[in-house]
Design a protein around this ligand. Structure first.
Ligand code: 4AD
Ligand code: MG
Length: 504
């Protein structure tokens, strides 16, 4: 029995087990918001129903005390969840005291230090439910499209994505690396099964603290035999559309808790714009317009708007402060004005940050050197012109991994594809068509200074029934961050691992 099943038990006596999310009390009644992991339910505990002794114990319960409440289910539309429990009995598992996370504001570092407890908060609950639905929808898509889930090893002898961010471990006296990607094994498995996907943890020693990087993250990597880059892009698009639409459908309550504007996600239903790297660079640098819009002018307009909005906010803050200072108004009116002032001050802080960032983004887009990879701010400037994910393909081969297929018509380019999410979330998918020529692969392995011996098995795939094949990798946490519109990927995984963070 849990809080999401109350609708089937109206008028009946049930027992709910959970934790005290918060509590109010009067002389004769205690109101407990019970949290049971499924949802919330207000429990009303009256002195007449519980008796003096139990009532006194109910009154003494601290936040996060563990309890079971027995009572009658009553419909009350005004309550969270829509029901109330009129209690007749209470069992206390533990009366918890001094729970460190209160309903007041806490700094993010404090909350991450207390991640083992922070997970119980309502927003974190909503994010974890969305993560769960994203995972479910991913399996749903691939299973219904006849992909077979297969697992790649975590200990590997070789680098898949360059050697700079490898975690080295000791494997019975020999060096081994935690996997950066299951792809190379995925290619072998696709030659056995046709269409496969891996879904596992991947590791990158990223010594930078950005809002998009984790040291340990989960990646979904489909691999398809007899598939070129364009069919690959079709699959990516169908996949992301199916997953996001299913999650919107299943998680309306969670997304509402997170304050997510769902219309921004529904745009996945439209075709994803596709462009070559060359085109993307032209758009980024403001040399090519999209629907009559120029990237640099759009960012400049954002900057102007931020400056204008800040002075508007500051004006309103001054007015409301004057109202409070003048006195002679009711407590409720003071509080109302103070709340507005707090909200406006938070907005000003954000606007000030925008005014620091936007000029740097503008400069970096203007000065972008052809041939480089896009940085986070370049991705933001580029995607600002679109309201749904975009796909950038055909990258200079020098900046892509050794296994990427060269475009046969123009070998300066490798047939990689990155998907960039809107609203500043940037790259969520990286993939491409794989090189089939053993000769070119050997050349690339040498060029990247990778040890040839550990790639012998991989080269075998080009000797025995080599076929055109493609695949991609989706970063689970980056997708969840975008779906939930979070400031940082660390909130998308139960126990985040990133540079400087190993606990709890
Ligand atoms: O673009 P990446 O490096 O591609 C690969 O690893 C390919 N082998 C995938 C394939 O074709 N099978 O990584 C793929 C995705 C990125 O687009 C990003 O979403 C995520 O993995 N990712 C990270 N997410 C969080 N923290 C990090 N440090 C990440 N690095 C990559
Ligand atoms: Mg990438």
């Amino acid at each position: 029995m849990h809080t999401k099943q109350l609708d089937q038990h109206v008028g009946q006596v049930v027992t709910l087990k959970g934790w005290v999310a918060n509590k109010r009390e009067s002389k004769t009644v205690v109101f407990i918001n019970l949290r049971d992991g499924h949802g919330l339910c207000q429990c009303i505990l009256g002195i007449d129903d519980l008796g003096d002794e139990l009532f006194a114990e109910a009154k003494s319960l601290g936040q996060e005390s563990s309890i079971a409440v027995t009572g009658t289910v009553v419909v009350d539309e005004r309550q969270i969840g829509g029901y109330e429990l009129h209690a007749t009995d209470l069992k206390i598992y533990q009366n918890a005291k001094d729970y460190p996370i209160s309903n007041k504001e806490h700094g993010v570092e404090f909350l991450v230090d207390n991640r083992h407890l922070w997970l119980r908060s309502r927003r974190q609950w909503a994010i974890m439910k969305v993560r769960n639905s994203v995972i479910y929808a991913i399996h749903n898509f691939f299973q219904s499209e006849d992909f077979v889930q297969m697992d790649a090893p975590i200990f590997t002898g070789n680098a898949a994505e360059g050697t700079t961010d490898l975690f080295e471990t000791d494997y019975y006296g020999k060096p081994a690396y935690l996997t950066q990607s299951g792809q190379l094994y995925g290619e072998a498995m696709a030659m056995a099964m046709g269409k496969i996907y891996t879904f596992g943890p991947t590791f990158r020693a990223e010594k930078s603290k950005t809002r998009r990087h984790l040291s340990e993250f989960w990646m979904i990597e489909p691999e398809m035999a007899f598939c070129d880059i364009f069919e690959n892009m079709d699959t990516i698009e169908n996949f992301l559309r199916a997953v996001v639409l299913e999650v919107i459908d299943k998680c309306s309550e969670e997304l509402e808790i997170l304050g997510r504007d769902i219309s921004k996600l529904e745009t996945v239903a439209k075709p994803f714009p596709r462009m070559s790297y060359d085109e993307a660079v032209e758009i980024l640098k403001g040399n090519k317009e999209v629907n009559g819009q120029n990237s640099l002018i759009v960012i400049q307009a954002d900057l102007d708007a931020a400056i204008a909005r800040q002075s508007e906010c500051e004006g309103e803050i001054a007015e409301r402060e004057a109202t409070i200072a003048a006195g002679g108004i009711k407590k409720g009116v003071i509080n109302f004005n103070q709340n507005k002032i707090d909200g406006l001050k938070a907005e000003v802080k954000q606007l000030e940050e925008d005014q620091r960032n936007l000029p740097q983004w503008l400069a970096s887009a203007r000065d972008f050197t052809y041939g480089q990879d896009f940085g986070g701010s370049d991705e933001t400037v580029l995607t600002r012109l679109f309201d749904n994910p975009i796909m950038v393909y055909d990258w200079p081969h020098e900046i892509k991994a050794f296994y990427m297929k060269r475009n046969p018509e123009d070998p300066r380019f490798a047939r990689g594809v990155d998907v960039l999410a809107p609203e500043g979330y940037g790259e969520i998918v990286g993939g491409g068509e794989r090189e089939t020529s053993e000769e070119w692969l050997v050349e690339k392995i040498q060029e990247h200074k990778l040890p040839m011996d550990v790639f012998q098995w991989y080269l075998d795939l080009r000797k025995y029934g080599s076929v055109p094949h493609s695949g991609f990798g989706l970063g689970l946490e980056r997708l969840v961050a975008w779906v939930c519109k979070l400031d940082h990927v660390r909130e998308t995984i139960p126990f985040p691992r990133y540079y400087g963070r190993l606990e709890p």
